[in-house]
Design a protein around this ligand. Structure first.
Ligand code: C2O
Ligand code: CU
Ligand code: CU
Length: 456
């Protein structure tokens, strides 16, 4: 077994079952149009990269199996819940129905129960790095923290650009389980929940401090998913520029050169890294970030030290050298809508609100018309950051100049004492769907609303 394979293995049931254990890299896109997967969620002891942890896993793996699909594919997931509590599945970022047995976060899969999820990826779906995770209100943060999350990749324009598709690819699913020194999960107290739980152990696709290999003068494509319930990642690689090519909802119009990338919970980015330095090792860092404080308790969530979460290691030389194209795709900016809404975020004791109310699945909070275009403002008068997420339809953020930034997002960071506007159109699907803070403890404590999209 070559060392590269060992490095690429995520946590799984036993070392010997490596073949099914979250292998990443340049695995081919499945050619079939129909994909049927059997996924069981359960809690078990997992081993890998020197760790032994009791986590909750999809198909015995943390992170869960990578699902790779193409527009037009039909996906069926035979899901079984062997967790101690109720759960369900949400397909974060996918533009598919939020009703029936598709991306319906209001469904319950009780302990011991099963459900067949089934949907088509629309033929015009954007490519990108999406993900799946539990979404049962009241249990989401804990289940995610204990390991339940997996990447869902949809093939798209970037995979047709030879300068990008020709590079090796690494998937970095960032998780931070909360475990004791034996590797068993610990339940966190109410203040930690209000703050948004963060674990001390950072897993990068199931590995602690993994070595990510890059060829000298070659390119590496990183697909990064913040699958932690509350932790923000401010990522940097020593002495390397991050060439961002995609955000949550797929390709950016042009390559963005970044020194660092901030990912709040639920956000994704795809970046290219060039092996342009002396062939040694460089740290992959998570820089300090202060996401504010609870007004009534006053404890700060500031992290004041940089954490090394992996190493970029030079290994071999690229056979050929190339530059990235400057333009990647076209993203039409959304026009200024007539309909505007404002949502005010709020905080109380063990209670997080939107417009003063906590979530109730039986209550409709916002009603819109299918195919209509709206501008939503999230106003955050609290002392803490709240990354806001909308299901089913991606949005464009409105910049300081009042124009829409041409990039598709589904999570937007609304910093403490600030407001952010987004534009979105409710395309294709009617029915109830959700919007919420992606600090999942806040979502569990009420910071979520039900959006009803009415057919025209
Ligand atoms: Cu990633 Cu409603 O969530
Ligand atoms: Cu989502
Ligand atoms: Cu929040």
């Amino acid at each position: 077994m070559n060392p590269r394979t060992v490095n690429r293995r995520s946590l799984c049931r036993t070392i010997l079952s490596g073949a099914i254990c979250g292998m990443v890299g340049r695995s081919a896109w499945a050619e079939q149009e129909e994909q049927t997967l059997d996924v069981t969620a359960g809690s078990e002891w997992l081993t890998g990269s020197g760790l032994r942890l009791y986590l909750s896993a999809y198909a015995g793996q943390v992170p869960g199996p990578v699902i790779r699909a193409k527009p037009g594919d039909h996906i069926k997931i035979n899901f079984t819940n062997l967790l101690p509590n109720v759960t369900n599945l949400h397909f974060h970022g996918l533009h598919i129905p939020s009703t029936g047995n598709a991306d319906n976060s209001l469904l319950d899969v009780p302990r011991g129960g099963s459900l067949a999820y089934e949907f088509d990826i629309p033929k015009n779906h954007r490519g990108g790095t999406f993900w799946y995770h539990p979404h049962r209100h009241g249990y989401t943060a804990r289940q995610l923290s204990q390991g339940l999350a997996g990447a869902f990749l949809v093939r798209g324009v970037l995979d047709e650009i030879p300068e990008i598709a020709g590079a090796p690819e690494e998937l970095l699913v960032l998780q931070d389980p909360i475990v004791n020194s034996q590797g068993a999960p610990i339940e966190v107290g109410l203040v930690d929940q209000m703050q948004g739980r963060e674990g001390d152990l950072i897993l990068v696709s199931g590995r602690q401090n993994p070595v990510i290999r890059i060829q000298r003068n070659g390119w590496l494509r990183l697909r990064i998913v913040n699958a932690s319930p509350s932790r923000f990642y401010r990522l940097q690689i020593d002495e390397h520029i991050l060439y961002q090519i995609a955000s949550d909802g797929g390709a950016l119009p042009a390559v963005q050169e970044m020194d660092e990338i901030l990912l709040s919970p639920g956000e994704r980015a795809e970046v290219m890294v060039r092996g342009s330095r002396e062939p040694t090792e460089f740290r992959i860092l998570n820089l300090p970030y202060d996401r504010g404080r609870l007004s009534m308790i006053g404890t700060s969530s500031a992290r004041s030290v940089s954490e090394t979460i992996g190493l970029l290691k030079y290994d071999g030389n690229a056979e050929s050298e190339w530059d990235l194209p400057q333009t990647l795709t076209t993203v039409e900016p959304l026009a200024e809508p007539v309909i505007r809404r404002r949502f005010e975020l709020g905080e109380g004791f063990a209670r997080f609100t939107i417009d003063g109310r906590t979530f109730d699945s039986r209550r409709s909070d916002t009603t819109v018309g299918m195919n209509s275009l709206e501008e939503w403002e999230f106003y955050n008068p609290t002392g803490m950051d709240h990354p806001m997420h909308i299901h089913t339809n991606a949005f464009q953020v409105v910049g300081a100049d009042g124009l829409s930034i041409p990039a598709w997002k589904d999570v937007v960071l609304v910093k403490a004492l600030s407001c952010v506007r987004v534009r979105l159109r409710f395309d294709d699907y009617a029915g109830p769907t959700l919007y919420h803070c992606h600090i999942l403890d806040h979502e569990d404590m009420g910071m979520m609303g039900r959006l009803d999209i009415l057919p025209k």
